[in-house]
Design a protein around this ligand. Structure first.
Ligand code: SF4
Length: 326
């Protein structure tokens, strides 16, 4: 129970202001995607989104406290009594979130990178879903901690935040999600999501374990495809899927031969994935934003420097003071 009290602190005025601006910026983004799609898509995909992996690595609460979808989910989620979901249900919902991630990110190649209206409609649909699921489940149990397609990545990169940050949404914590809440038990979120399979090779057969092992290939798969037409969607998914299979096979062999538990393996997997991400993203961002020729080197050096600090700390800090199980 101590972990429950320690992990949650009331939202400050600063966080509330940031949440308000998050909602305002979402409306600005939606308007921009409709009226100025080219510029809006360029800023979103090449200036905003590339920052998120680094933010998750540094402290996922920076995003989880300000994400407009979280604000909408909690706005309804805190209003109607207590409706928690079990650990098993959370894992099943989590599998849906993984599926959404695997469908939506490759869809950038044939839809979302170029079609502002399609992206705006998708954002609105997801926002409505976040609001409605707040009526069904307590706090973040129905969306942010369940089917949110960003959650699998928050969980992977947010395993060892570099510093503590308050949870600005949940005061008090209602234990809406009994296991694996990134806000409540950041250091044990992966382990609790893998469940009883976390310590054996069986973690590779769980939805989250399979996702984690395949994720480095997912990153390579996305960046080795190019923007294309809607009719080529099948080939995009096929190429990304093949890279994921290769990644899964390689990591599974290594984990089984070296007998690496899931909660340990996901640390280097996160490091590999984020390293690959910034390696590929640096020249793409440079081209899109017409940055100087040396920008990719600066982005890569900054990303790998941050990653080195994160891995060093992750190695030294298997369990943080507020990372205990509920
Ligand atoms: S378990 Fe639910 S209420 Fe508690 S910190 Fe996590 S999201 Fe918030």
């Amino acid at each position: 129970m101590a972990a429950r009290a320690d992990a949650v602190s009331p939202g400050t005025g600063m966080w509330k202001l940031a949440q308000f601006f998050g909602i305002v910026l979402t409306f600005v983004l939606l308007a921009g995607l409709i009226r100025e799609p080219e510029l809006s898509l360029k800023i979103l995909w090449n200036a905003v989104i590339p920052l998120l992996p680094a933010v998750f690595l540094i402290q996922p609460e920076i995003w989880r406290n300000t994400c407009p979808l979280a604000t909408l989910n909690v706005a309804t989620g805190r209003r109607v009594g207590s409706r928690t979901i079990s650990a098993d249900a959370a894992r099943r919902f989590g599998a849906v979130g993984i599926l959404l991630l695997l469908l939506m990110v490759p869809a950038r190649r044939f839809l979302f990178n170029t079609d502002g209206t399609a992206l705006a409609i998708t954002i609105i649909v997801v926002a409505v879903l976040a609001i409605l699921l707040g009526f069904v489940f307590d706090m973040k149990a129905g969306f942010c901690n369940a089917i949110c397609p960003v959650l699998p990545v928050e969980r992977l990169y947010g395993q060892r935040p570099l510093f503590k940050a308050p949870n600005a949404h949940c005061a008090p914590c209602t234990l809406c999600t009994r296991k694996g809440c990134v806000d409540l038990v950041p250091l044990k979120s992966v382990e609790q999501t893998l469940g009883e399979s976390a310590g054996a090779g069986r973690w590779l057969l769980t939805p989250y374990g399979a996702f984690a092992a395949a994720f480095p290939g997912f990153v390579i798969g996305y960046y080795t495809t190019t923007d294309t037409v809607l009719s080529a969607a099948g080939s995009v998914y096929a190429q990304v899927g093949l890279w994921m299979l290769g990644s899964y096979a390689l990591i599974a062999v290594l984990a089984l031969v070296l007998k690496i538990p899931g909660a340990v393996a996901t640390i280097p997997i996160a490091g590999l994935s984020i390293g690959l991400y910034y390696w590929f993203a640096a020249p793409v961002v440079t081209d899109a934003l017409s940055l100087a020729a040396w920008a990719p080197t600066v982005i890569r050096v900054a990303a790998f420097g941050l990653l080195a600090v994160w891995l060093w700390r992750a190695h030294r800090l298997p369990h943080a003071p507020n990372g205990g199980a509920v």
